[in-house]
Design a protein around this ligand. Structure first.
Ligand code: MG
Length: 398
């Protein structure tokens, strides 16, 4: 028997964080939650880059899920090594792939996957946290771990080392099962019995997601909250009674803010930039010239830093590898250097979008005020291209 999925997903900034560093991916049959860390920008880049990597590899049929997760690790690690602005970033990743009547899970970090069967909630993943290790070693009880101030310190995350150990779980599923993928902003706020009650009361996935997020916020919302509920139904039964709007074909890749509440140890120390002018120089032959060189260098450094800050605040939607992509920066080059980088590459073929007059400027870049707006443009393109395909099919002409 094969099962089909009715999916709903949501993410929320919570009440405390300044941004949302969580990201999720809900493109049947691939679902994933990632919780970024390493400062505002780093966490956002890490979680979206990880999901973008597995999404792209999956779309191209490259490797098994676990290999896609290892590649996501390499991608985050390399970016973190190359770009000082995001040095030390990392992310959790809990991914689920629906294959016939099996779910394959790949997991690193403290986001979680649960199975809901016959009304009971069962944790499928193991937290890669210091407190969980201490519980296993008998140093803490489960109850102490739940409220421990360092409960968010990870023992394993994506992007920290060139290689990562990935937990793999394969599970047989059946119609009626539900799967919950979530970040620790949900499970840190709501005890498991409450999550079980909510999922018992709200059978419809979107209602379940909305209520989980609302109650996590009501309980304090100290972290970003992300939840995906995947309800499995019999593929042979006509799903006309189901709410088809809940099946997501929209990959929503959100992202931002601090990953853990007030734990400064999560924030990797930044290398202090050394002043170019401060090093001791052996008595300069022409002191005046040296001063002018110093001043000029100083101005160049300031100009560079200013440009960098400016570029980091700019967003646009463009084309990367023939697909619609969200970029940070401006769509331009200076002396052969791109003033931008891809943040999310979607699965939407660029030609599908540029066939619409509205998106003819896409190859040159459609600018957006912020990441939200860029994401909205992508979602609009996704909807429009899907509508276009439907129309072409329904019309039957040409
Ligand atoms: Mg979190």
């Amino acid at each position: 028997m094969t099962v089909r999925a009715v999916v709903a997903a949501g993410t929320d900034i919570g009440h405390v964080r300044e941004g949302n560093e969580d990201s999720f991916l809900a493109e049947e049959p691939l679902f994933a939650v990632a919780d970024g860390m390493g400062g505002h920008r780093g966490g956002e880049v890490a979680s979206s880059l990880a999901l973008e990597t597995i999404e792209r590899m999956f779309a191209r049929g490259e490797g098994e899920l676990v290999e896609q997760v290892r590649e996501a690790n390499r991608a985050v690690f390399e970016r973190s090594t190359l770009d000082r602005a995001v040095a030390g970033m990392g992310t959790t990743l809990t991914a689920a792939l629906l294959e016939g009547d099996h779910i394959r899970l790949a997991h690193v970090g403290d986001s979680r996957a649960y199975l809901v069967r016959d009304g009971r909630l069962r944790l499928l993943t193991e937290d890669h946290t210091l407190v969980h290790r201490m519980v296993l070693e008998g140093e803490l009880t489960e109850a102490e771990a739940e409220v421990h101030p360092h409960r968010s310190i990870l023992t394993r995350a994506l992007g920290v080392d060139p290689d990562v150990e990935v937990d793999e779980i394969t599970l047989e599923v059946r119609a009626g099962d539900r799967l919950l993928l979530c970040s620790d902003g949900l499970t840190g706020m709501l005890p498991e019995p409450r999550v079980e009650e909510i999922l018992g009361a709200e059978v419809e996935p979107q209602r379940a997601v909305d209520r989980l997020i609302r109650e996590a916020n009501d309980a304090g919302g100290v972290d970003n909250i992300t939840a995906i509920v995947i309800a499995l139904t019999d593929a042979d039964i006509d799903p006309s009674e189901g709410d088809t709007s809940a099946t997501t074909d929209t990959a929503a890749l959100g992202g931002r803010a601090e990953r853990t509440s007030g734990s400064a140890e999560q924030e990797p120390p930044r290398p202090t930039p050394r002043s170019l002018a401060s090093s001791r120089r052996p008595k300069p032959p022409w002191p005046k010239l040296a001063t002018w060189v110093g001043v000029t260098l100083g101005i160049l450094v300031l100009a560079f830093v200013g440009l960098r800050l400016y570029l980091d605040s700019q967003w646009f939607v463009g084309v990367s590898d023939g697909r619609v992509a969200v970029y940070r920066g401006i769509p331009a080059q200076v002396a052969g250097f791109d003033l931008n980088h891809v943040v999310v590459e979607t699965s939407i073929p660029a030609d599908a979008a540029t066939s619409f007059a509205l998106y003819r400027d896409l190859p040159d870049g459609i600018t957006a005020d912020d990441r939200e707006e860029a994401q909205q443009i992508v979602e609009q393109i996704r909807r429009d291209t899907a509508i276009g395909q439907q129309d072409a099919g329904a019309g039957g002409g040409a």
